[in-house]
Design a protein around this ligand. Sequence first.
Ligand code: PHB
Length: 397
Amino acid sequence: MAGRKVITTQVAIVGGGPAGLMLSHLLAKEGIDSTVIELRSRQEISETVRAGILEHGTVNLLVDSGVSDRVLRDGDRHDGIELRFNGESHRIDFQDLVGESVWLYPQTDVFMDLAARREADGGDVRYSATDTSIHGIHGGSPTVWFTDADGTDYELRADFIAGADGSRSHCRMQIPEADRKWYFHEYPFAWFGILAEAPRSSEELIYANSANGFALISQRTETVQRMYFQCDPGEDVNNWDDERIWEAFRSRVNGNGFELKEGPVIDKTVLKFRSFVHTPMRHGKLFLAGDAAHTVPPTGAKGLNLAIQDVRVLFEGLDSFYKTGSTRLLDVYSDRALDRVWKAQHFSYWMTSMLHTPAEADDFSRARQLGELNSVVSSRHGRAYLAEAYTGWPAGR
Ligand code: PHB
């Protein structure tokens, strides 16, 4: 067999989702070379339905770094959300409380903007790669082995490897057990997510708590809506026809004059909750970013935002290294990133436990939960706490 074709770059990026592409883009702007290796095809990633809320900091980075300003034109700015419980809606007014907003702009569109920008700028992104593996992260010369879409075997040599290869990360698994600490939390909940052909039921997102469980009313376009309701993690979508699905939503959201607009369900999936943090986020020449290092339940809409924050901090470390030779910012990458990761981990946990109804909830826990919701919405401080976390904390240390 012929040997591997050797190619070199400065930063090898494993994973071509939003985190990997954003890192590649930021590096390219500073003249730092990178190659991105991705197992999926560009089309497959474009067709994956993912969550849709961007913090203002994420939007600013997309726009200011020149990825695209499409989010400002095609995205919807949301100045608040509604918390709905006991049949009543309570608005959390982000603008009034913290002077910030979020944007409803699906992760798929973030990916498409980044992929288009990398392509236009001549970025080296290898989609549809196979047999990817990383080597030499402990020593001075890390490499990524992969086979490209045409079947050619490569050895990619780099100064550093960024592992942005998602929650089942191959990169993460190469870190020896003795050098890592793994935090894991299992939630007894899952979401039943649908896309439905229907007009908007509300201009803003509705996070609804009810004795029958949680529901989230989100949007996509004038004619297609995204919604979720709490379900058992073992639920099978095939047991749910449209009528049963809408009945689940009605019993959690409708009431006191509010009625969801219904229509044909065109997509249904069960989203399992997984929550983990892998520390540290660096091992030798390998830096983990995004879902490769941590996942959160979707209730706080933090997953993509955290991934983008990670690569922003990692970029600062790499840029500083290439400009000055100093590894100081690379050395504090993990601590800097984890500061926000744990804030988001807590916020997602808090939103999840406050809004979902455990199957075994007794009268006390139900009444306590309503007490918690009331204490948040009836206090400006409570609402401001939620608003600050939801829209995104200021950039950290
Ligand atoms: C979505 O629109 O898909 C979405 C919005 C907010 C969340 C989760 C998902 O918290």
